[in-house]
Design a protein around this ligand. Structure first.
Ligand SMILES: Nc1nc2c(ncn2[C@@H]2O[C@H](COP(=O)(O)OP(=O)(O)OP(=O)(O)O)[C@@H](O)[C@H]2O)c(=O)[nH]1
Ligand SMILES: [Mg+2]
Length: 1132
């Protein structure tokens, strides 16, 4: 615990005004953990000599080995600022993109953040991401520009150049903040406008929106980072120094007799000192003068580095040391490494912990200052409006804002992640170092025992009835006592020492990483666990008044109860047990593993809504199938994967239809960590992981205009396609299937009750992007429509409505032209899973169904006309479309960017379906049997099964007679629709789509060539390259197929001897231009590719790999003309 006692921290926890909950955020390797080390060292938890080298919060072995942080971890520190004492709950977060979900979990629990920026690298992609994350969670940032020593030692900049460089960095950071701010103001502005419009009910078409209006009115100066605002610290965490301009202001205002306020305003900026006039003047740059900051601040640091490190000028150093009034130990003076001396001087002169903690205490908000806006955001889940929540719920807002620790305040806790700890690390099992008292006691006891023994020996063997001290059983319960409070007796200690550490297999213990927003949580308290879908309106109406978590036997959906079995103070690698934790603190909670999977809201009030879900920036994309080395260990693996799923905010664990156990992770490094965890902690068995499973999408494109050798495609190609189609049609017995030359596929259900005609059309690329990026909006739209259909109405927030309307407008503007006339209004459904990037279009003449946009209200007229009724089986068409888009014909991967237009849909729907079934049974049973034989061969078993598995059919099926071998009509229609979509898809030029990463690489000029080499080899494409100002670094942005990315980071690192390391983030899907089914058709193509065209066809290679993995048929000719090949071999 360092030199702060547990009691002290407990006392500090009660004063929320002096608590700061904050996290350290930055791009990878910008020095977060090193900075955290310095702060931790200020509390004596680690030695200040080791600060920066130990990386104390990187407690995992692989974190130390790789040198990157992989999880966020918290530590509580004590800081005295002036006459006030503060409790700092500090969370260190990882910077590597693979772990960005850990950043989300950290940010949620904080009120402020320290954003660290490397002085050489400046603003990097992840810096922008974390600034955005902080912004989205409404937490206030302060800035630390770290690694300034690198400007001196590596870049060898002069102090003047460094000043300009630092200014640029500050500008870059502020530019990011500015963009975030502007977009927010505009959004609010638009919302307000909408509200006003609604109020005044004036909806004139020619309204003029002034987009820039509002920006000038809002004061944004507090948002920006500026040294004179006191929210910037310049530091070198590794050398232990850091300062804010305030510190120098207080030094120089006395020494030079300038008023502090004046100096504060001018120390950073374009000001210089006119020594003759003894005045501070503006315009240093124009007049070629040294800015004040350089003269008074940077020059001192530069000359110190010069004296200590560069020139090793002993005399000068001594002079500096005495003039600064510092004490440096003689052995540091003599040390062979000048860096040791440097940090000995700097850490006394300008200790970084002092500067940073002071800034934190003064500039970051306490839990009491939580903004009302943030509370509303946390409480309104999904599409709901805050003011549509029940009034009891709205009242809870005051509880948040008061952050009260009164007895009667409702307890509100948010758990942002669950993390696994080794049970040996829990306080009750841990061997603590002995305190002075305990050592004295122990010594005393030993002496006594020795004396006893001596006495016993003397008095003889008979009277040794004297009770010994080791009555173990009595002392057992003491084990569970809070560690800090125990004035442990000797017996207790002996007991612990003698107990074998792992008598039984220790189970992983899960601790919830949480924060108290209101009330006091107590050990053993019972609270409600509110699932993400819990609805307080519903809960309140079902539960009796005054119902509490202690008498929890409710069957309210998404609500359960649990007991908080233990509470912990998080101290980096250690945990200290607590009895209670008041509002405003970060804590660990034990005993929730049964109730909480990854995150949850806990409360004593059933009116509390679940918090909005965390914003995750990373998309899990890398999948591997996992199996145990020994098949008998499967249960262990399953259990282990369940634990892993709980312990990692981002990893997903699932069982695929094929029965494989699949792990989905954010990237290679994350994957490696998950596998290590599984092997060593959660499953404790040998496992083998497949090669990463790469996801693909299937799509159709417009027929190409040129062939593979860039010759204009004439008629012959078209003829070939039509020919092919005809051939296929005739092959697959075609009285129920018909395909015309324009690609319209018509299928009749086996009993000829219904006929559908479908055409597949490629969607314009922008539309696909739009649908993909709006999947949440579409999902909400679908929910709203669903409830409208059920006759309920949802209270949708204005923002959601606007998003839906915006999507519609954008779709309308993108879907232009004759082909898409009125298409947006005719959208029938999205798929797969009802929100995917494919569209089902209603082009059936005379069939008017309610528009998907009906919730917007404008479709009213249409839905009132009598024709706008849902036909029976409307749903079957949608289901068939969903199935078809879920797995395509190329390799059963989901479709993307395809529009299926239903051109005809005839159904005999006057009679109720069952009735009709029996009527027609006799007349067509003969034909039906014949059909069945043929159909069976063309339908894959999986498909047949899925068709049969529709919910409604299962029940009906039992009623059906054995002659009814197709099931009810709805099922047949689903199958027919699916088949029609599939065939229509196949009649168009089909393509695979590959997942792409964007990849940011920073490299020096020498290794640039090699980076390009590796990128080229892996089909990467450079899209941007620029030189970082003031350095010799290049920033390269490239796109790279995920399929080619495995081992990419390692290869780059190896080839460049570690000088460049890429950051890969999933970005988008891209069509692979080559046709997987391509065969040469023209003479030129024959010449160029040969008859078999077996030179690399990337798409075919990918497709076959997927098919092979899925156990699907792969068409491959392994040996052709064996004799010929043999003769060839002989001749050689
Ligand atoms: N020259 C110099 N190097 C530093 C400084 N601070 C940190 N480093 C080095 O930068 C590297 C990364 O430091 P970390 O503290 O692990 O960086 P991080 O931001 O925690 O990295 P992740 O957690 O992986 O994102 C280490 O090798 C440090 O020694 C500094 O002030 N000056
Ligand atoms: Mg780190």
């Amino acid at each position: 615990m360092g030199h702060t006692s547990l009691d002290k921290i407990i006392a500090l926890q009660r004063n929320p005004a002096n608590i700061r909950n904050l996290c350290i955020l930055a791009h990878v390797d910008h020095g977060k953990t090193t900075l955290a080390d310095c702060l931790v060292a200020s509390n004596g938890i680690i030695s200040s000599r080791l600060a920066g080298k130990l990386r104390y919060l990187d407690s995992r072995e692989d974190e130390q080995v790789r040198g990157i942080t992989m999880k966020s971890s918290a530590i509580s520190l004590h800081h005295r600022n002036g006459d006030q004492e503060f409790l700092i709950n500090l969370i260190d977060s990882p910077g590597h993109v693979d772990f960005s979900s850990e950043v989300s979990t950290a940010v949620r629990l904080c009120d402020g953040s320290i954003v660290v920026v490397d002085a050489v690298e400046g603003v990097c992609p992840q810096t922008q991401v974390v600034l955005r994350q902080a912004w989205l969670e409404n937490i206030r940032p302060v800035l630390v520009i770290n690694k300034i020593d690198r400007l001196i030692m590596e870049l060898k900049l002069t102090s003047q150049e460094a000043y300009i460089h630092l200014q640029k960095i500050l500008e870059q950071v502020n530019a990011v903040t500015g963009t975030l701010f502007t977009s927010k103001v505009l959004e609010e502005r638009a919302e307000k406008q909408k509200d006003e419009d609604k109020d005044s009910e004036v909806l004139s078409g020619d309204q003029v929106y002034d987009w820039s209006a509002g920006l000038e009115e809002v004061d944004d100066s507090h948002l920006y980072f500026s040294p004179d605002q006191g929210n910037v610290v310049f530091a070198s965490a590794i050398d232990g120094w850091g300062f804010s301009v305030q510190q120098f202001v207080s030094i120089y205002s006395q020494r030079m007799g300038i008023r502090a306020e004046v100096l504060l305003k001018t120390l950073w900026g374009d000001f210089y000192l006119n020594t003759k006039a003894k005045k501070i003047m503006k315009g240093a740059q124009a007049k070629g003068k040294k800015p004040l900051f350089v003269q008074l601040v940077l020059d001192n640091i530069w000359s110190l580095y010069d004296a200590v490190v560069m020139r090793r000028d002993k005399e000068k150093v001594e002079k500096v040391v005495t003039s600064l009034g510092l004490k440096v130990m003689a052995r540091d003076m003599r040390h062979s490494d000048p860096k040791v001396l440097l940090s000995a001087i700097c850490s006394q002169w300008l200790p970084v912990s002092q500067a940073v903690l002071m800034m934190v205490c003064e500039k970051l908000p306490s839990p009491l200052d939580m903004a009302a806006e943030r509370v509303e955001k946390l409480m309104s889940v999904g599409a709901r409006r805050f003011d549509s929540l029940p009034h009891q719920t709205q009242e809870l807002k005051t509880a948040f804002l008061q952050c009260s620790s009164e007895e009667n305040a409702p307890v509100i806790v948010f758990v942002s992640k669950m993390f696994a700890v080794d049970p040996k690390a829990l306080p009750q099992y841990r061997q603590r170092p002995l305190t002075q008292d305990e050592i004295a006691q122990r010594r005393e006891l030993a002496r006594q025992r020795h004396a006893d023994r001596m006495a016993a020996e003397q008095t003889g063997a008979e009277n040794n009835k004297e009770p010994t001290h080791s009555t173990h059983s009595e002392n057992l319960p003491q084990d569970g006592q809070p560690a800090g409070l125990s004035t442990a007796k000797m017996e207790n200690l002996t007991l612990k020492d003698s107990k074998p550490a792992d008598e039984e297999e220790p189970k992983e213990v899960f601790i919830a990483f949480a924060r108290v927003y209101s009330g006091v949580v107590k050990k053993g308290q019972r609270v409600f666990v509110l699932g993400p879908k819990y609805d307080p309106t519903h809960g309140l109406s079902m539960l009796p008044e005054g119902y509490s978590a202690s008498d929890c036997v409710s069957d309210v959906p998404h609500l359960s109860c649990c007991t908080m079995e233990s509470l912990f103070l998080l101290m980096g690698r250690e945990l200290e047990e607590l009895e209670e934790v008041p509002a405003g603190n970060v804590l660990g909670i034990g005993g929730l593993e049964e109730y909480v999977l990854k995150s949850a809201t806990l409360s004593t009030a059933p009116a509390c809504p679940p918090f909005t879900p965390l914003n995750f920036e990373a998309t899990p994309i890398v999948r591997v199938a996992i199996e145990p080395k020994h098949p008998s260990e499967m249960p262990k693996l399953v259990r282990g994967m369940r634990l892993l799923n709980q312990a990692d905010p981002c990893a997903e664990v699932l069982i695929q239809e094929t029965g494989e156990h699949v792990l989905v992770t954010a990237g290679e490094v994350h994957l490696q960590r998950c596998l290590d965890d599984l092997r060593d902690r959660f499953a404790k068995i040998e496992i083998s992981a497949s090669k990463p499973i790469i996801p693909f999408r299937e799509t159709v494109v417009r027929p190409p205009k040129v062939d593979m050798v860039n010759e204009e495609l004439g008629k012959q190609q078209k003829v070939a396609i039509i020919h092919q189609v005809k051939e296929e049609t005739s092959q697959s017995r075609s009285d129920t299937l018909h395909m015309d030359s324009s690609g319209v596929v018509t299928i009749t259900t086996p009993k000829r009750l219904a006929t559908v005609s479908v055409r597949a059309i490629p969607l314009p690329q922008e539309v696909t992007h739009l649908l993909e990026s709006n999947s949440e909006v579409i999902r909400t739209l679908e929910q709203v429509n669903m409830s409208l259909r059920e006759g309920k109405s949802l209270d949708i927030s204005l923002r959601t409505m606007e998003a839906i309307a915006g999507l519609r407008t954008k779709l309308q503007s993108l879907l232009q032209g004759r082909k898409w006339r009125n298409a947006v209004e005719r959208i029938w459904a999205f798929g797969p899973r009802r929100y995917g990037p494919n569209i089902l279009l209603n082009s059936v003449e005379g069939y008017q169904r309610p528009s998907v946009w009906q919730c917007l209200g404008q479709g009213d007229e249409a839905s009132e006309t009598p024709a706008a009724v849902l036909r029976d089986f409307d749903n079957s068409i949608v289901s068939g479309f969903q199935l078809a888009t879920l797995s395509g014909p190329l390799c059963e991967e989901p479709l993307m960017g395809v529009c299926f237009s239903v051109e005809r849909w005839d159904i005999q729907s006057s009679a109720p379906p069952q009735h009709q079934d029996s009527l027609e049974e006799d007349s067509i049973s003969h034909e039906a049997i014949a059909d069945n034989g043929a159909e069976g061969s063309s339908e894959t078993p999986a498909q047949a099964e899925r068709t049969a598995a529709g919910p409604s059919q299962a029940a009906r099926r039992t009623e059906a007679t054995s002659a009814d071998c197709y099931g009810p009509v709805s099922g047949q229609l689903i199958a027919a629709m699916k088949e029609a979509c599939r065939r229509a898809f196949q009649s168009q030029p089909q393509r695979l789509m590959a997942a792409m990463y964007t990849c940011d690489i920073m490299a020096t000029a020498e290794v640039l060539g090699r980076v390009y080499g590796v990128l080229g080899k892996r089909e990467g494409r450079v899209i941007q390259e620029e030189m970082k100002e003031g350095t010799d670094m290049f920033i390269i942005r490239a796109v790279l197929p995920v399929a080619e990315s495995f081992g990419f980071a390692d290869e780059i690192r190896k080839r460049t001897s570690g000088l460049a390391s890429p950051q890969l983030v999933f970005s988008h899907w891209e069509v692979i231009s080559s046709d997987p089914y391509w065969v040469p058709t023209t003479e030129e193509e024959y010449l160029h590719f040969g008859e078999k065209a077996d030179s690399a066809n990337q798409a075919l290679k990918y497709m076959n790999a997927v098919r092979r993995r899925k156990g699907l048929y792969v068409e491959e000719k392994i040996v052709e003309h064996a004799e010929k090949q043999r003769t060839l071999g002989k001749n050689k």
